[in-house]
Design a protein around this ligand. Structure first.
Ligand SMILES: NC(=O)C1=CN([C@@H]2O[C@H](COP(=O)(O)OP(=O)(O)OC[C@H]3O[C@@H](n4cnc5c(N)ncnc54)[C@H](OP(=O)(O)O)[C@@H]3O)[C@@H](O)[C@H]2O)C=CC1
Ligand SMILES: O=C(O)C1=N[C@H](C(=O)O)C[C@H](O)C1
Length: 250
């Protein structure tokens, strides 16, 4: 058997970070060498020879963390949300200096969520209307969720590729926020509610029918197979990869 992959987890005491620490610890082919919290600084990664870092921190911290890892030749799996197109371009520019490093940005590690984004992308060209509702626990820092933003992006691209115009909406008078956020022409509604973990519905409509694609994560363990898969694969994928789709072959 090959030596286990040496892994550092950033945001280690957080909701996701603590699950990731446990998953990395338990897997036979990964070794937890650094469990890093906000006050620790990042040198724990280099001091303990981490080959892969898993970032599960906060949108305000994630870019600095990625930069540190790229500069130090550490592959990074990014679960933290908040990386839009401009931030991803910045990451690409850093990677140009260290082309051997892999950065894998996963808006959602849950297999069902990845599939549901792909299903939404497939459905998009067949429906005139689309809206997204994402529902999360109330301690979530950002809205809309990274998953919803990514879903809106792939749906918008599929609509554009199919030559569809704007989603019909004759609203001319509305209370602020009543129609949700406009993400690349797709309305996204964010619910925050005690009792929820991470959930999303993509609603499609055309004459006489609707289609709803729903995914539910009831427990953060749902994300761990995707986290471990990403850790195993990121080193073999130099450059920037967005989403687990390529790793799953879908
Ligand atoms: N891709 C995916 O499948 C998933 C992604 N996520 C994303 O992961 C991220 C973390 O979520 P979650 O675990 O729920 O959040 P938590 O708030 O539970 O954990 C975040 C951790 O990051 C630390 N942190 C916060 N700010 C900073 C900072 N500026 N510098 C360094 N560390 C910091 C926190 O430290 P402290 O304890 O000191 O506050 C905390 O330990 C979010 O962006 C979330 O959207 C979540 C679930 C699934
Ligand atoms: O904060 C969360 O909890 C989650 N964040 C990610 C996101 O913003 O999409 C993934 C999942 O929805 C859980």
């Amino acid at each position: 058997m090959n030596s286990p992959i040496k892994v550092g987890v950033l945001g280690a005491r957080g909701r996701m970070g603590s699950e990731a620490v446990r998953a990395v610890d338990e897997a036979r082919d990964t070794e937890l060498v650094a469990a890093i919290n906000r006050e620790d600084g990042l040198t724990g990664l280099t001091d303990h020879g981490a080959q892969v870092a898993v970032d599960l921190t906060h949108p305000d911290a994630v870019l600095d963390n990625i930069r540190f890892c790229i500069e130090h030749g550490i592959h990074v799996v990014v679960g933290t949300s908040g990386l839009g197109t401009p931030e991803l371009e910045t990451v690409r520019s850093w990677l140009a200096e260290r082309p051997e490093v892999g950065v894998l940005v996963a808006p959602n590690f849950a297999i069902g969520a990845v599939l549901s984004m792909r299903f939404a992308e497939l459905a998009a060209k067949f429906f005139e209307s689309v809206e997204i509702i994402e529902l999360h626990h109330p301690k979530k820092a950002d809205a809309p969720s990274g998953t919803a933003a990514r879903t809106a992006q792939v749906v918008a691209q599929a609509r554009a590729d199919a030559g569809l115009g704007a989603v019909p909406d004759a609203t001319t008078k509305e209370l602020d926020g009543a129609r949700g956020a406009d993400v690349e022409g797709v309305r996204v509604h964010s619910v925050r509610m005690t009792g929820l973990v991470a959930h999303q519905e993509v609603l499609f409509g055309t004459e006489g029918e609707t289609l709803t694609i729903r995914h539910d994560s009831y427990d953060r363990r749902s994300f761990m197979p995707g986290v471990l898969l990403s850790i195993r694969e990121v080193g073999a994928r130099p450059g920037l990869t967005v989403g687990l789709e390529a790793l799953l072959g879908i």
